[in-house]
Write a protein that binds this ligand. Structure first.
Ligand SMILES: [Zn+2]
Length: 277
């Protein structure tokens, strides 16, 4: 499932390839995503120039002339590729190319999503912070507001596991399952620990580990297990660098103890029973 690093690397790539392009036409082949894509999508954005690609949590924000913003969420299996001459659609099943945004230079942004849990909608820039998808989100994990003090304060009295709270978008926005396991390994904190019992020092290690893991993953253009592809249709390279995620029974890279897997909040979680307390 695409998480923050995948969306951020997509944002960076599209910022290089598609800023300044103008939407010419939108072809909707399948409108039934997590919520139906508006039949007015094409008439709303045709003629608008892309000014900037932004991101909030796992939402890509395509900022257009006229103060309109198109939100794109990739759901479980979505990808947005910039296809022009020489693009190899090899990994993409054309039956899942649900929406094609044709641009003024003849290239297209194509939204492909086999499981159709994604979201595409246009809002006025002034309304962005108030829409239901974004208004309850906590601070960005790579932003200045995500500090040890914030994490420590918001977890006081909470009996849920620290891993589940790190994945709670109201506490910090955009940390998903893969990176929550990875960052807790780096912070040497066991995922099952009650969040309310995390010390101030551990909160500080968790914040630092979050930033390191996400930055390294962005540098590798994210993690691909099955479907994720970047804007050029290439898989991310971070899967090779994962230290605990999906490594059940394999030796810990620090101490050689076997990595364990448990289910927390219905998601697989991985940890080293020796390195993580
Ligand atoms: Zn270990």
């Amino acid at each position: 499932m695409p998480e923050l690093p995948e969306v951020e690397s997509l944002r960076q790539m599209l910022a290089r390839s598609a800023v300044g392009r103008t939407f010419r036409q939108v072809v909707i082949r399948e409108s039934r995503l997590r919520r139906s894509v508006s039949p007015q999508l094409g008439s709303t954005i045709a003629g608008r120039t892309i000014e900037r690609f932004g991101r909030r949590a796992k939402y890509l924000l395509i900022e257009m002339a006229g103060d309109q913003v198109m939100l794109v969420h990739l759901g479980m299996s979505g990808s947005l590729t910039h296809r022009g001459r020489g693009f190899d659609p090899g990994p993409f099943d054309p039956r899942h190319d649900h929406i094609e945004f044709r641009l003024d230079d003849g290239s297209s942004l194509v939204y492909n999503d086999p499981r159709r849990f994604g979201l595409i909608k246009v809002v006025a820039r002034a309304d962005l912070d108030a829409i239901s998808e974004l208004k309850t989100l906590g601070p960005e994990p790579l932003g200045r507001e995500f500090t040890a003090g914030h994490l420590w304060t918001t977890t006081r009295g909470r009996t849920a596991s620290i891993k589940n709270l790190l994945m709670d978008q109201r506490i910090v926005a955009g940390v998903g399952n893969i990176y929550a396991s990875e960052l807790l390994f780096r912070a040497a904190v066991r995922p099952t620990r009650r969040a309310g019992r995390i010390t101030r020092h551990e909160a500080s290690r968790i914040v630092r580990a979050t930033q390191e893991v996400l930055q390294e993953a962005i540098g590798s253009r994210g993690t691909t297990f099955r479907s994720y592809r970047d804007s050029r249709g290439q898989p991310g390279r971070f899967a090779q660098l994962l230290r605990v995620y999906d490594r059940e029974g394999k030796p810990c890279l620090k101490c050689s103890t076997q990595i364990r897997a448990i289910v927390l909040g219905q998601r697989s979680s991985y940890y080293c029973p020796r390195c993580q307390k």
